[in-house]
Design a protein around this ligand. Sequence first.
Ligand SMILES: Nc1nc2c(ncn2[C@@H]2O[C@H](COP(=O)(O)OP(=O)(O)O)[C@@H](O)[C@H]2O)c(=O)[nH]1
Ligand SMILES: [Mg+2]
Length: 287
Amino acid sequence: MGGNKTKPEPLLSKPWREINWTNTKEPLQYVKNYKSPVEGQKIRVLLYGPVGAGKSSFVNSIQSVLLGRMYYQALVDSDMTGISFTKKFAGYQLRKDQDSDCPLVFYDIMGLEGSEGVLVEDVRLVLDGRVKDGYEFNPDSELSEDNRQFYNKSPTASDKVNVLVCVVPADRGPEIAKQETLLKIQDIRKEASSRGIPQMVVLTRIDRLCPDNQEDLRNVYRLKSMKQKMEQFSANVGIPLNCIFPVKNYHQEIDMDKQMDSLVLSALRNIINAGGDHCKLNSSRPK
Ligand SMILES: Nc1nc2c(ncn2[C@@H]2O[C@H](COP(=O)(O)OP(=O)(O)O)[C@@H](O)[C@H]2O)c(=O)[nH]1
Ligand SMILES: [Mg+2]
């Protein structure tokens, strides 16, 4: 962690990714106007990652940015105790304003760690659209085909996941995730890859990684330590750097902040585009 540094870190002379920090209107409109490439079909985004990574906070942040005010619906734990909070499988329908929906649904599943974590087998069922809303994951056994209430025997294209997003906290230890978690992430990635599902990473809690980010988020693509963290994670799990997005979630703020919005929108726009591509491909593929 960078918390005990005395001097601020020197900045790269040029940011390695361009972000418009002042005008959030255009990216916001892009998201609000986005239509699914397949009529009547929503883009399903599955968030996964360790407990306390900021999955629920990320969904809340996105919804807050869209509504232009703080939003707290997805459950947020009060600390990082390591005990998973979100056990029930539930989709969160994103709203573009008070009265209308975006063609986007987020699923936020329980953590990946230890005996409490969700099973890779269950994640595979989720990717295939076989798990119905309301199912409570059991870390000891996967959802059985005999479970009439929650097992979807004949999922359609619109039940399937279109984009897989791994959410990881930037401030957790030098290697971000435990070895065990990394292995699980790799297993889940393999399952997604074999189904042609695009994969992204959202790196949260960047304000905790570098005090410089806390001071001014606009430094995020000029800090060497941030770039190193992202490169390291990219190498560890095999996700290219251009699919990794740092964000600071709304967690203690009470007012909206343009810089935080810019990063959230940058991640969201890429998630939507990748998910849309998969949605389109998937619908034209023979069954
Ligand atoms: N400082 C900081 N805290 C965050 C950020 N994102 C989430 N948190 C906090 O981290 C904790 C875990 O977040 P949560 O969304 O519940 O994680 P989940 O278990 O993955 O759903 C909560 O206390 C959040 O307030 C962030 O970007 N910065
Ligand atoms: Mg959660």
